[in-house]
Design a protein around this ligand. Structure first.
Ligand SMILES: Nc1ncnc2c1ncn2[C@@H]1O[C@H](COP(=O)(O)OP(=O)(O)O)[C@@H](O)[C@H]1O
Ligand SMILES: CC(=O)N[C@@H](CCC(=O)OP(=O)(O)O)C(=O)O
Length: 298
């Protein structure tokens, strides 16, 4: 057989390898938190969009929730406003919320829509306000003093804690054949705009949709253990141990908690994946090895 023919057959066999995954994921919902480097590098942006469009065309229902923290930070700086974070939440004053809404719901959201549509993906941009998708109340951060053990409530301003997710708008978008791209903004009961961490929005949306998968894209390999090595598979119990021993901390802590919450609410599997790797989404979904940490409820 000539080498050309052999290469073609190899390609066909590679496609067939994906068949069991394609079969089991047909008509299932995957919620993807898009952020970090994958949202900045031109090459990674393009491979992300291709992965999402590929998913849609093979029958998966991808739901995108995007971040935009660095973009908000840069715009606030232009206005001479500095940001402060508590536990991964940006303290959001009245003068900041318009900037947050403008950046997340405007430029960042529409750039992603344009990117996906440039690959014939049929994306639709919405914020959590559209179709009453995300109802929220003002988040109150509880700080416990290690010395006195007393709790103090800290007001983070216009930061939202999600009280309800109305998935109808997402179902309609899916049925019409579009891909929703969600900006992490919610609406308070007085109609006020509330800023919400995008990982949390992705986790709550995945929970409300009872999604097959929640995939959080980040700028590290995944969850690492005490020895600094990547942990490809993490159970709830092991994750709790690593949190207790402070091996999982800082920015990784809320991510892992988002995954554990989603699993509790009925999401099938959760993944923290390395968004710096080209085609990280397809690799996670269609290969046994994946490119990050899979967290399951065991
Ligand atoms: N066990 C751990 N495994 C991997 N990263 C960890 C761990 N514990 C803490 N981290 C930190 O969490 C960071 C990821 O969180 P963060 O930077 O907030 O992500 P993102 O910007 O993608 O939302 C890592 O870069 C690392 O510094
Ligand atoms: C309350 C809160 O912190 N909201 C976030 C929303 C954007 C976000 O989460 O973006 P990343 O995923 O890129 O960090 C913020 O203001 O930065």
């Amino acid at each position: 057989m000539d080498r050309n023919m052999e290469a073609l057959i190899n390609k066909a066999e590679m496609l067939i390898e994906a068949l069991p995954y394609i079969k089991s994921f047909y008509r299932k919902t995957f919620v993807i938190k898009y952020g970090g480097n994958a949202m900045v590098s031109e090459e990674l942006k393009d491979t992300f969009a291709l992965d999402v469009v590929m998913m849609k065309y093979i029958g998966i229902n991808p739901v995108i929730v995007h971040g935009g923290g660095p973009q908000i930070g840069k715009t606030l700086e232009m206005f001479g406003i500095e940001s402060q974070f508590i536990d991964g939440h940006r303290i959001t004053s009245k003068e900041m919320i318009d900037v947050v809404e403008m950046v997340l719901g405007g430029k960042v959201n529409q750039d992603i829509v344009t990117l996906i549509n440039s690959h014939d993906g049929n994306a639709v941009g919405i914020t959590g306000k559209d179709g009453n998708l995300i109802q929220a109340k003002r988040y109150k951060h509880v700080k416990k003093s290690p010395e006195t053990n007393q709790s103090e409530i800290i007001d983070l301003g216009l930061v939202g804690e999600i009280t309800q997710v109305n998935v109808r708008i997402l179902q309609e978008i899916d049925e019409a054949g579009f891909i929703p791209v969600i900006a992490p903004i919610g609406q308070g009961d007085k109609g006020e705009t509330l800023n919400i961490n995008a990982d949390i929005v992705a986790s709550k949306v995945a929970s409300a949709l009872k999604a097959e998968k929640l995939l959080l894209m980040t700028d590290t390999e995944g969850v690492k253990g005490k020895n600094g090595k990547l942990i490809p598979n993490l159970t709830r119990r092991k994750a709790q141990e690593l949190i207790k021993s402070k091996v999982i901390k800082d920015g990784m802590l809320p991510k892992v908690n988002c995954c554990l919450d989603a699993l509790k609410a009925g999401v099938g599997k959760t993944h923290i994946i390395d968004g710096r790797v080209r085609h990280s989404l397809l690799l996670e979904i269609f290969t046994k090895e994946g490119v990050g940490t899979q967290i399951v409820d065991k």
